[in-house]
Ligand binder design. Structure first.
Ligand code: RUB
Length: 307
């Protein structure tokens, strides 16, 4: 349990971050936990796996990749401890393998939509979005990127480092400069923490203003998302919870000490309605947001009674 607790803490503190990496780390964690679990009965095994799963899922509320990964990885049908343990190890390994492959497939499919000379705007730090951008560049397309800083955690700094390592010409801007620069942009590409059954996107706070500005300037808005980022719960109308993080990420509390009328808010994600999304590049192909329901039903194998 100690290793699982350490992983959970790393997810909570964002040492492990980004919906895809969170999902993989959680699957690895539940696999290793199941592998080393010493129990006296099947009932105890069931309880331990259930508790460990809930504990991992509780670390960050928004990225649906986390509960999806935990549920897919920790599935077992056997009533025998050793068999169930084997099933979890296999299912977790399968999930991890598919997640790795998905990034490559998204890069390959999405990069076909990039034209020579494109200026691409991206937000935060999405490995799926970056896979499209770097694949296009490596295949010889002459592209450049405008990357937002993504306050307050400034994941944009990770993005510019990654792009720089590939030699991709990149411009860093503050989040409030998004609309100002949109006229120079050909395509916006962002990642996803969750996609609802109605095709709405949940991603890093500020994503919806990129979408609005792109819509206004008639620029294409592309989302890169593995199928495990689609949210089964939303089929029955359950909302996706937006994580509110510590306000100390926004401002040093000492600066607020004498401001008795001021409060600070720090939502980590926002919603972008489906109507502002031109396409979602997934590991099963490019889809319109209207197909989100089908992806959930057909790819995630979720039945209404599971929710
Ligand atoms: C990261 C974020 C990313 C998505 C997709 O937020 O919003 O755009 O998670 O990333 P945080 P990826 O830094 O708060 O985790 O494509 O890597 O899964």
């Amino acid at each position: 349990m100690q290793k699982l607790q350490e992983t959970a803490e790393k997810i909570r503190t964002m040492e492990i971050r980004g919906a895809g990496r969170i999902a993989k780390a959680a699957a690895e964690s539940i696999r290793d936990y199941a592998a080393g679990l010493e129990v006296a009965s099947m009932e105890e095994f069931n309880t331990c796996i259930r508790d460990a799963s809930s504990f991992l899922i509780s670390t960050r509320p928004t990225a649906v990749s986390l509960p999806n990964a935990v549920k897919l990885a920790s599935r077992y049908s056997s009533g025998n401890v050793e068999e169930a343990r084997k099933e979890i190890i296999e299912n977790a390994n399968l999930f991890i393998e598919r997640a790795d492959k998905a990034l490559g497939i998204i890069g390959k499919i999405g990069s076909r939509r990039i034209q020579d000379g494109d200026v691409i705007m991206t937000h935060c730090n999405s490995h799926a979005a970056l896979s499209i951008i770097t694949t296009a560049f490596v295949s010889g397309k002459d592209i450049s990127v405008i990357a937002t800083e993504s306050r307050p955690r400034c994941q944009g700094l990770l993005t510019i480092r990654h792009l720089n390592n590939f030699g991709i010409p990149t411009t860093l801007i503050v989040d409030s400069a998004v609309r100002y620069y949109m006229k120079e942009v050909d395509k916006v590409i962002v990642g996803a923490d969750a996609i609802a059954a109605n095709g709405a996107l949940v991603n890093k706070i500020g994503t919806s203003q990129l979408a609005l500005a792109a819509h206004e300037a008639r620029k294409s808005f592309m989302v890169a998302a593995e199928t495990f980022k689609f949210s089964p719960n939303t089929i029955v109308g359950n909302p996706i919870e937006i994580e509110e993080r510590n306000t100390e990420e926004v401002v040093d509390p000492s600066l607020l000490a004498d401001l008795s009328h001021v409060q600070v808010k720090n939502p980590a994600f926002d919603f972008t309605p489906a109507k502002y999304i031109d396409m979602i590049v997934t590991d099963i192909g490019i889809i319109s947001p209207a197909m989100a329901y089908t992806v959930i039903k057909e790819q995630l194998g979720w039945e209404l009674e599971d929710i």
